[in-house]
Design a protein around this ligand. Structure first.
Ligand SMILES: NC(=O)c1ccc[n+]([C@@H]2O[C@H](COP(=O)([O-])OP(=O)(O)OC[C@H]3O[C@@H](n4cnc5c(N)ncnc54)[C@H](O)[C@@H]3O)[C@@H](O)[C@H]2O)c1
Length: 262
C-alpha cells in the first residue's frame, strides 16, 4: 500500500477500528510498521479488520497481522479505557500514538431530539475522546507522542438535523486545541481531522434516511459531482499528522472533505 515506514517500533491505539476510517487507519499504520491496538465495541467488526490486515500482509511482511491486537470495549466506559491503556503499557510496553475515531451519528430534527439521544452521542464522541486522551496522556508524555481526534465539518459549519453530533464534534474541536496548548511545551502534539462525505457505514446509514429530511437544507453538504471520499484518504492524513512528517503541526483541525466546505 505504501513504501513509507514511519511507525517502526511505534505503538498506536486506534479507536473505531472495526469500520470505516478507523479500520483504514489501522491498515495504514500496520503497513507503515506500527504495532496497533485496535479498539471498538464491535468484536465482529474487529475480527473483519484483523482479516483485512492478514489479507494485506500476504506477501508483505510490513503489515504483519501479528502487529495488530484488538480489544472490544467502549470508549465511553471509564474503567474499560483505564484497563485498555494499562493493558497496552503491560503488553506493548509503550504508547506513541492515539487515534480517536470511535463515533456515532444519530440524526433527528432538534425538536424531536430526546435528552437520551443527545447524551448518548456526547458520551461516545466527546466524553469517549476525552477519556481516551486523559488516560493515554501520561504514556504519551513519556514518548513525546501524539493524538489525532475525529472532529467533523459539522463542528465548523453546522449540519442540519445533527445538533447532538455537531455539538459533540464542536467539543472535540475545542478539546483538541486545548490539549495542544496544554501539552505543547512537553512535546505531545494534538491534532484532529474533520472529514466530510467519506463513504463509510456511518454515511451510508445516514444516506438511507435522507428522504426523511428537508433536502433543500443540504445544498452545501455534498459535492456537485456526487463524489464521496474513501476512508483511506482520511487515514493517509491521519498517518501524516501522527508521524514525524507532522512534527510542526499541533492544534490543527484538518478538513478532508473534497472541497465541499471551501
Ligand atoms: N464518514 C464521514 O464522512 C465522517 C465525517 C465527519 C466525521 N467522521 C468521524 O470519523 C469517525 C469515523 O467515522 P466512520 O465514518 O468511519 O464511521 P463508522 O460508523 O464506519 O465507524 C465508527 C466505528 O466506531 C465504533 N464505535 C461506536 N461507538 C463506540 C464506542 N462507544 N466505543 C468504541 N467504538 C465505538 C463503531 O462500532 C464503528 O466501528 C467518527 O468519529 C465520525 O464521527 C466521519
Amino acid at each position: 500500500m505504501t513504501a513509507l515506514q514511519r511507525f517502526s517500533d511505534k505503538v498506536a491505539i486506534v479507536t473505531g477500528a472495526a469500520s470505516g476510517i478507523g479500520q483504514a487507519t489501522v491498515l495504514r499504520l500496520l503497513a507503515e510498521g506500527a504495532h496497533v491496538v485496535g479498539v471498538d465495541t464491535s468484536a465482529e467488526g474487529l475480527a473483519q479488520t484483523a482479516d483485512r490486515a492478514r489479507d494485506a500482509s500476504e506477501g508483505d511482511n510490513r503489515a504483519a497481522p501479528s502487529l495488530l491486537r484488538t480489544v472490544a470495549c467502549s470508549v465511553a466506559d471509564e474503567s474499560a479505557v483505564k484497563a485498555l491503556v494499562a493493558g497496552v503499557l503491560e503488553k506493548e510496553g509503550r504508547l506513541d500514538v492515539l487515534v480517536n475515531m470511535a463515533g456515532i451519528l444519530r440524526s433527528e430534527p432538534t425538536t424531536s431530539t430526546s435528552l437520551d439521544l443527545f447524551q448518548s452521542v456526547l458520551n461516545v464522541n466527546l466524553i469517549g475522546t476525552f477519556l481516551c486522551c486523559r488516560e493515554a496522556l501520561p504514556a504519551l508524555l513519556e514518548t513525546r507522542g501524539c493524538i489525532v481526534n475525529a472532529a467533523s465539518t459539522s463542528a465548523q459549519f453546522g449540519h442540519p438535523y445533527m445538533a447532538a453530533y455537531a455539538a459533540s464534534k464542536g467539543g472535540v474541536f475545542a478539546l483538541t486545541r486545548t490539549l495542544a496548548w496544554e501539552y505543547l511545551r512537553q512535546g505531545v502534539r494534538v491534532n484532529a481531522v474533520a472529514p466530510g462525505g467519506i463513504l463509510t457505514p456511518m454515511v451510508a446509514a445516514q444516506g438511507e434516511r435522507m428522504g426523511e429530511f428537508d433536502m433543500s437544507l443540504f445544498g452545501h453538504l455534498s459535492r456537485p459531482d456526487g463524489v464521496f471520499g474513501a476512508p483511506e484518504s482520511v487515514a493517509a492524513v491521519i498517518a501524516m499528522l501522527a508521524s514525524e512528517d507532522g512534527a510542526h503541526m499541533t492544534g490543527e483541525v484538518v478538513k478532508v472533505d473534497g472541497g465541499v466546505h471551501n
